[in-house]
Design a protein around this ligand. Structure first.
Ligand code: PLP
Length: 403
């Protein structure tokens, strides 16, 4: 059997479709985000990162680095074990208290990533509820889908943000059957907000539990950075709030927040929580500093929203087809995987602007896009540079402009 050929052929198929992914070898620098260095075969070049999920630029802020260093200096490099076998240290416990408080919940549980949090928590909750049925928004993230699959219970997929569709499905379900509705606060590829209030209303009417992924909202929305549910004053109505420490909080790890009973059950049953080493001190210390800081400081959130609107406005005025949405994410429509990659390459090679192309399977075929994520640190000069570069690339490739 020619195993190697099978792998090569699989990759060739991806290449033929124009969606072969190439890593951009970047070197982020403390204190200079979003400016960074890019390593190429021809040497090291300066670039500006315009597609980071370190949305608030927290990951390279000196106070975060100091928090990580202090944790390493005091507690060492590794956590020392799984949470149950010598790997629970005081930083984990403090972080979980801080996260429970952030969302106004009784308890929280930290996982090694947001992906793992979704997979482990959803599958465990679904398995524990006898004859559970999960209702899932069609645009839910791969990690939620993985959780639903490994939960092994029945599922129904409702059209994105289509509350009437969800309601119809709930009505078709036996009233006494356990129900879990899984959805997101911000859908990260379109930048749309989930219909949080409407779904919570429905959940209450049909006695369903709710599981809200706030990965692209925590740190950025709500008066303390608790996400979209907090911004709407509705977080007390959500059964489980899930988040990440890896995006706006600038560290790594994921978590869920909810009732003591639910958190204790997930802690006791979820293999993805039990059978893996806990987060190391540097990461936990930085995450803790970040959550504490963003709970108390609105400055980053205000500046972030202002910058995102400025970029959106400036690109739209220049005829670049920005996909409309109410969030901090600025997707620009291209609609073709090859052109999307070419646009990204030109921006990088000729203008030192890094925006990763977003292709299938992350978004549906024919909706390929450049996904721009302005941070509080993208100043006017950088925005001018971006707009000029995008105009030049759009002309160069004869890409469709906004109507
Ligand atoms: N949930 C959503 C909606 C995401 O977009 C992502 C990652 O991009 C995750 C969960 C996973 O989070 P993490 O990157 O912390 O694993």
């Amino acid at each position: 059997m020619d195993y190697e050929r099978i792998f090569r052929d699989a990759v060739t198929a991806v290449r033929v479709e124009g969606r072969y992914r190439v890593f951009c070898d970047i070197e982020r620098q403390v204190g200079s985000f979003p400016r960074a260095l890019r390593h190429t075969a021809r040497g090291v070049r300066p670039i500006v990162i315009w597609c980071s999920n370190d949305y608030l630029g927290m990951g390279t802020r000196p106070f975060m680095v100091e928090a990580a260093l202090a944790a390493v200096t005091q507690h060492g490099t590794g956590a020392g074990g799984t949470r149950n076998i010598s790997g629970s240290n005081h930083l984990h416990v403090s972080l979980e208290r801080e996260l429970a408080d952030l969302h106004g919940k009784e308890a929280a549980l930290v996982f090694t990533s947001g992906y793992v949090a979704n997979e482990a928590a959803i599958s465990t909750v679904a398995k524990l509820l006898p004859d559970c049925i999960v209702f899932s928004d069609e645009k839910n993230h791969a990690s939620m889908i993985a959780g639903i699959r490994s939960g092994g219970t029945s599922k129904r997929i409702f059209r994105h943000n289509d509350v009437a569709h969800l309601e119809q499905m709930l009505k078709e379900t036996a009233p006494d059957r356990p129900k879990l509705i899984a959805f997101e606060g911000v859908y990260s590829m379109d930048g749309s907000f989930g219909k949080v209030r409407e779904i919570l209303d429905l959940a209450e009417r049909h006695s369903a539990m709710t599981y809200l992924d706030e990965v692209h909202a925590v740190g950025m929305y709500g008066h303390r950075g608790g996400g979209i549910a907090q911004m709407l004053g509705e977080e007390h109505r959500v059964t489980v709030i899930q988040g990440t420490l890896a995006k706006a909080f600038g560290a790594l790890g994921g978590y869920i927040a909810g009732s003591v009973a639910l958190i204790d059950a997930v802690r006791s049953y979820a293999p993805g929580f039990i059978f893996t080493t806990s987060l190391p001190p540097a990461v936990t210390g930085a995450a803790l500093a970040s959550v504490r800081h963003l709970k108390a400081s609105d400055a980053e959130r205000i500046q972030h929203q202002e910058r995102a609107s400025a970029v959106r406005r400036r690109l739209a005025a220049a005829g670049i087809p920005v996909m409309d949405n109410p969030s901090h994410i600025v997707p620009v429509f291209v609609g073709d995987p090859v052109l999307c990659k070419q646009a990204s390459d030109l921006l990088l090679e000729e203008h030192g602007i890094y925006i990763q192309p977003i292709n299938y399977p992350t978004v549906p075929r024919g909706t390929e896009r450049l996904r721009i994520t302005p941070s509080p640190f993208h100043d006017d000069q950088l925005v001018d540079h971006l707009v000029t570069a995008m105009q030049s690339v759009w002309s160069n490739l004869s890409l469709k402009r906004a109507a």
